[in-house]
Design a binder for this molecule. Structure first.
Ligand SMILES: [Zn+2]
Length: 700
């Protein structure tokens, strides 16, 4: 291993067009934070940089759907994401954003340097154009069928189903997401980065010199390199992004994947005047934490750009994780099939460590993994509460009972095999955890810590210090026996307490707020958490009095889990979209099972008119509608806010399920449901009579 003087850690820039979900956390933020906290405890020179990626097409799409400006979109989601990361204790040294001026300047300079060095190919090509919407269509605006897996909703740049990177030309039956029109080709000029020129170098650098990279990362790179690289356009037709710094390029911006990784450099500049030490000195260890969908950008394209530029260091490692699924299905923002971090923190206040724990214990380090609420409950209750929390709590309760709330002495002369075995385990754990973290095996490292706590429980169970105390109280116990018993109790409690101190050090990178609580209970300062203290047995001084125990973790109850599962299953778009996904070949929703006429007759459909509509606070997808049914007015909450602006739909006639049981959504009672048609692309349309019809008319 090379001898590095400083470490620079980056975590993928989350895209500021939606809140953060647990897949993001498991993919890179939690692993990166564990690594960084560990290195800080090692007293190494390390910087942890990140920020929101605020350019690119999905943001303009969202802005259009919500009827606001792209800047409004990124302002809103940047704030939500930043807050979620902070409350999850992800300890960035700086969390910046790519709409900052310093970033526009840095990205622009980077592009200009490559341009001045004559590295770009200038090409006029035919690009897809939407004649209805009168605009060039960026890759993301085009959907169609994936030529590789047949997913009917693949994007022009990537298929989210199979992870293949695509170009719009490869899509079968392409269509515009703006107007649903079939796009046509039109001429436009762009600047291409000739990746193929870097292929021999990349083969040497990745395939020969980085055999140490994780198998999933190395494998994906190899497959890219084996397939051969091609020039890639580094500019796009759009008005949102970093403007192309060349004359006569109005309406053209840098490709988001050109500017986003440069965001790491901009953020470091913003953080410190010494930024060049971290980016330009060869003895810097640069580590990119990302999810698997970003591998090609961080292992091939960005390194080739850095190499072409010439002034910057290249990554030492890119420990990408695979995907985290949710309850057996792919996490999907558009289908609202996700556990949103801001909502989790609301429902499970103060339990960020439980989520950090489960997402690490179940991290998709080598393959896709599944998050289930049942597993969350199980791991929280039977590992955090029953093993780790239980050991620390028992130790503190016993210490207050048996050794007057003080750290008792250790009597070496009577140390037995169990004591020696525990001492060995404590000393060994340090190396095991350390080696695993250095190799980015965070699950393995965490299991070692939990295993050490388990050994502590077993030790207490075998020693039974409470029985020896009982013995001392019984009549007729001689003074020497009583003294001997107290010494045995002392040894047991002394070791259990030193183990507790060790557990605080070892758990700190993973569960920082738990480590903090433990420090408070032990009345020691942060410095005790320095990694060099791990494996030591004299962390707490003999005679030192400690505080009463605090609850480190609480049990998660069945009702809480049920509530979460109901929330997930109740997400309005879920049912329809699930069906359409299982019918990819035909692109049609599956037919539901047959019902009898009587079942149908139970439904009371009525024609109504929307008389008022407004957004529901803190709910992106919901509109609160007032509907005139003729015989009465109803409030209906409907999940259509991403599709329609409130002012657009006032006066529209709709079909209402009028006898649906009332349901509370975000504190508003919804009385009924409006019928919508949804096409394969997820577009919603109202179902209404084709002529104006009296409100209250029945539909059957
Ligand atoms: Zn595919």
């Amino acid at each position: 291993m090379k001898d590095y003087k400083r470490i620079l850690v980056t975590a993928a820039l989350p895209y500021a067009n939606g809140p953060l979900h647990i897949g993001h956390l498991a993919g890179c933020y939690i692993p990166a934070d564990i690594y960084v906290r560990y290195q800080r405890a090692q007293k190494r020179d390390i910087k942890f940089v990140g920020g929101s990626d605020e350019h690119g097409v999905p943001i303009t799409i969202r802005a259009m759907k919500e009827g606001i400006s792209p800047q409004d979109v990124v302002d809103k989601y940047h704030a939500i994401i930043k807050d979620s990361l902070e409350r999850m204790d992800v300890s960035f040294d700086i969390y910046s954003r790519t709409s900052n001026k310093i970033h526009h300047q840095t990205a622009s300079d980077f592009f200009k340097k490559l341009y001045d060095d004559g590295l770009f190919e200038e090409k006029e090509t035919e690009q897809y154009y939407d004649e209805k919407a009168k605009t060039f269509l960026a890759d993301r605006y085009i959907t169609g069928t994936c030529p590789i897996c047949g997913n009917p909703n693949a994007y022009g740049d990537q298929c989210e189903k199979c992870g293949s990177s695509l170009s719009p030309e490869q899509l079968i039956n392409p269509r515009s997401t703006l107007s649903d029109a079939t796009p046509v080709k039109k001429k436009t000029k762009h600047w291409y980065f000739p990746l193929q020129q870097y292929e021999p170098w990349l083969k040497q650098w990745v395939l020969e010199e980085h055999k140490d990279w994780k198998n999933n990362v190395y494998g994906q790179c190899k497959s890219w390199l084996d397939n051969g690289l091609q020039s890639r356009a580094m500019t796009r037709d759009s008005n949102w992004g970093v403007k192309v710094p060349l004359p006569n390029t109005e309406g053209k911006v840098l490709y988001v994947w050109f500017d986003a990784p440069i965001g790491y450099i901009s953020a470091t500049k913003e953080l410190t005047d010494q930024w060049a030490d971290y980016w330009c000195k060869k003895d810097t260890k640069l580590v990119h934490f990302i999810g698997k969908d970003n591998i090609v950008f961080h292992c091939i394209i960005f390194p080739a750009m850095l190499k072409a530029h010439g002034n910057f260091v290249l990554p030492d490692n890119v420990p990408a994780n695979e995907f985290l699924n949710l309850e057996g299905d792919k996490i999907s923002t558009s289908r609202n099939w996700a556990v949103w971090v801001d909502e989790y923190l609301e429902d499970f206040g103060g339990m960020q460590d439980s989520l950090r724990y489960v997402l690490t214990a179940n991290a998709p380090e080598t393959k896709d993994n599944d998050f289930t609420w049942k597993d969350f409950q199980e791991r929280n209750n039977s590992e955090l509460v029953a093993i780790f929390g239980n050991f620390v709590n028992r130790t503190f309760v016993l210490m207050h009972k048996l050794t007057k709330g003080k750290v008792p002495p250790f009597h070496n002369e009577i140390a037995d095999e169990l004591d020696k075995e525990l001492i060995k385990s404590i000393e060994k754990s340090k190396t095991v955890v350390e080696d695993a973290i250095e190799q980015y095996k965070f699950r393995e490292a965490l299991f070692e810590v939990i295993d050490l706590a388990r050994k502590g429980n077993k030790y207490l169970q075998e020693k039974e210090p409470w029985k020896k105390a009982q013995g001392n109280k019984e009549q007729g116990t001689s003074q020497s026996t009583s003294g001997q018993n107290q010494k045995l109790i002392d040894n047991c409690m002394h070791l259990a307490l030193q183990l507790t101190a060790n557990l605080a050090i070892l758990i700190n990178p993973f569960l920082p707020s738990t480590a903090k609580k433990m420090l408070h209970m032990m009345k020691v300062v942060d410095k005790m958490l320095d990694w060099e203290n791990a494996g030591k047995l004299k962390l707490l001084s003999v005679g030192y009095s400690l505080r009463p125990p605090e609850l480190l973790f609480r049990k998660v109850e069945d009702e809480e889990i049920k509530k979460q599962i109901d929330k997930l299953k109740g997400s309005p778009k879920e049912t329809a979209m699930n069906a359409s996904e299982s019918n990819q070949q035909t692109n049609q929703a599956a037919l539901k099972s047959t019902i009898q006429y009587d079942d149908f007759a139970k439904l009371d459909f009525r024609v109504g008119t929307i008389t008022a509509a407004e957004k529901v606070e803190k709910a992106d997808k919901l509109l609160k509608l007032e509907i005139d049914l003729g015989f009465e007015k109803r409030t209906v909450v409907s999940g259509i806010a991403l599709h329609f602006k409130p002012e657009e739909i006032i006066g529209k006639q709709v079909t209402v399920v009028a006898n649906l049981a009332p349901r509370k959504m975000r504190g508003i009672e919804s009385n009924g449901m409006i019928l919508m048609a949804e096409d394969a692309g997820g577009k919603l349309k109202f179902i209404n009579p084709d002529e104006q019809t009296a409100n209250g008319s029945t539909v059957s």
